[in-house]
Design a protein around this ligand. Structure first.
Ligand code: MN
Ligand code: MN
Length: 317
């Protein structure tokens, strides 16, 4: 048990593991009340925000996603994790690194700034949990991961394939996975998309489980398909919150009806713990369109549950 004073663990924690009581509704906000630090020595996972939304095709606003997800995470920091029944921070050391510093007025500087941010963290042998930001940010994040792990198997929860045709020099949250496949940083043969419900003539070799497929076949078949597709490859999970139906995630820039319920996405994610998980991002949360924090709470829970999978892995080591 930590000997740190109670409250404000974001600035008072003396270690990266453990939990100390907080006023749930108050205090300095960090993700799941983890310690804020730029010193990540000894961290198993580094949480950071990438507050960028310059690549959207429709509504903007997800630059405010990281702070909304942090604020929504407070309730999840109180009790042992459900349905795991464990405290993920008993063994897993997690730091909140704060946000990647960007100059949004200088669009051309954005990809390199995010890539460098990721490269620094990955070089210190920590896994990354990144809070977006629009979905473009996944491209520089994956590039940095591929430098260390080789081409990644992408597990993409999304309403959109994001593999539409690339326009040179455009930063676009709907084409970056085409770039990733073309660049060889995404291993399309072992990649899979879940929850898709928009048309694209060319899936670029990535397997697709549409939202109607998940509705008809169910969570267990989706898990089986993902595990088979990814195998033992380094698996990067990219969770676009618009994978969820607008009823469950109204606070996003390009909502599409007919999506997954929050419970379906969580149940699928919780079934992926046996994979070689190397990183995750949760993107496209746009708080101005949210109601009662529905979307932000869903995003925080998805990120939290990935940490629980990582904690379970560490416990088995
Ligand atoms: Mn999307
Ligand atoms: Mn997307």
């Amino acid at each position: 048990m930590s000997t740190a004073p109670k409250g404000d663990q974001a600035i008072q924690a003396t270690q990266l593991t453990g939990r100390v009581p907080e006023m749930t509704y108050a205090g300095v906000l960090s993700f799941l009340r983890r310690k804020y630090s730029k010193d990540i020595a000894g961290a198993d996972v580094v949480v950071s925000g990438v507050p960028y939304d310059g690549s959207v095709s429709h509504r903007s606003g997800c630059r405010l996603g990281p702070q909304a997800i942090r604020a929504a995470s407070v309730q999840l920091a109180e009790l042992k994790a459900f349905p795991f029944g464990t405290d993920p921070f008993e063994q897993l050391g997690v730091v909140d690194f704060g946000d990647c510093y960007l100059t949004p007025q200088q669009q051309s500087s954005i990809p390199a700034a995010i890539e460098e941010h990721a490269r620094n963290i990955i070089a210190q042998n920590a896994k990354m949990l990144t809070l977006g930001g629009d979905h473009f940010i996944s491209y520089p994040l994956i590039k940095a991961h591929a430098e260390k792990y080789g081409p990644v198997a992408l597990i993409q929860f999304d309403a959109h394939s994001d593999t539409w045709d690339v326009t040179p020099d455009h930063l676009d949250h709907g084409t970056m996975f085409t770039r990733g496949v073309d660049d060889g940083v995404i291993d399309a043969k072992h990649s899979i998309q879940i929850g898709i419900r928009t048309h694209n003539d060319d899936p670029h070799g990535i397997e697709i489980l549409t939202a109607p497929w998940v509705h008809r076949n169910g969570v267990d078949d989706a898990i089986t398909s993902i595990l088979q597709r990814v195998g033992d490859r380094p698996a990067y999970i990219s969770f676009d919150i618009d994978c969820l139906d607008p009823a469950f995630a109204p606070g996003t820039g390009t909502p599409v009806v007919g999506g997954l319920a929050t419970w379906q996405a969580l149940e699928i994610l919780r079934g992926l713990g046996s994979l070689n998980l190397i990183g995750m991002d949760v993107v496209e949360v746009s708080p101005a369109y949210d109601h009662s924090e529905i979307t932000a709470i869903a995003a925080a829970t998805v990120a939290h549950d990935w940490l629980c999978l990582m904690a379970h892995k560490k416990a088995l080591e």
